[in-house]
Design a protein around this ligand. Sequence first.
Ligand SMILES: [Zn+2]
Ligand SMILES: [Zn+2]
Length: 237
Amino acid sequence: MTRKITQRLIEGAKRRLAKHSVPNGDCLVYCRGTCVHASGLEYLQAFRVAISAKRAAYICEFGDIESYEVVISVCGNRNCVNPDHLKIDSLKIRILRQSERDGECMVWTGPTMSSGYGRTNFDYRGMSAHRASWEAHFGEIPDGMFVLHDCDNKLCVNPDHLHIGTQADNVREAFERGLVTTGSDRRQSKLTEKNVNLIRESYANGEMNQIELGERFGVSDSTIADAIHRRTWKHVP
Ligand SMILES: [Zn+2]
Ligand SMILES: [Zn+2]
């Protein structure tokens, strides 16, 4: 998100925070009671967006932060807006914490969406876990683009298994990998972009023939031939 945080916006946010915050021990608790989030996190309008009170308080005190940075309260009071109790938590770390190794994949263990993808949020906007992982590692996802899996594991958040593509790429890749089956072709290819690179290289160097490559990667030799001759995996350079 791009927004310019001016002094005037900061003053406005500070006024709103002060109006609805009450001291509680060392904490300063924002409590407007209009919380719409099941998590109990209080939001307010600041810097022209709805953001959590503690995020607004952090920005007022320390300046703007990146969208992938998450403000946490070290006192454990989720609505505390005492700047001394606030710090940045890296989304990368959160993703690591909320996933488990499964072979090469990092499988999301947090909440999921009905679509089968992991669900997380950037404090003020919900998003799927694999998209969050992409953003945490590579920056903002270009408008209208999708984050696609090399590994066919919807819950995988390993950045090495993710690439950017269009919705058309998404559908085509699903066909190529046999996720969407047509007619009698019910084999499921286990190729990934990295494998395809390796296959093309090994074949070009004469290290292995198509049958050997098929055995090595657990797919048919016609799948190998298609990948080598770029009838499939055309997007892999
Ligand atoms: Zn506190
Ligand atoms: Zn994976």
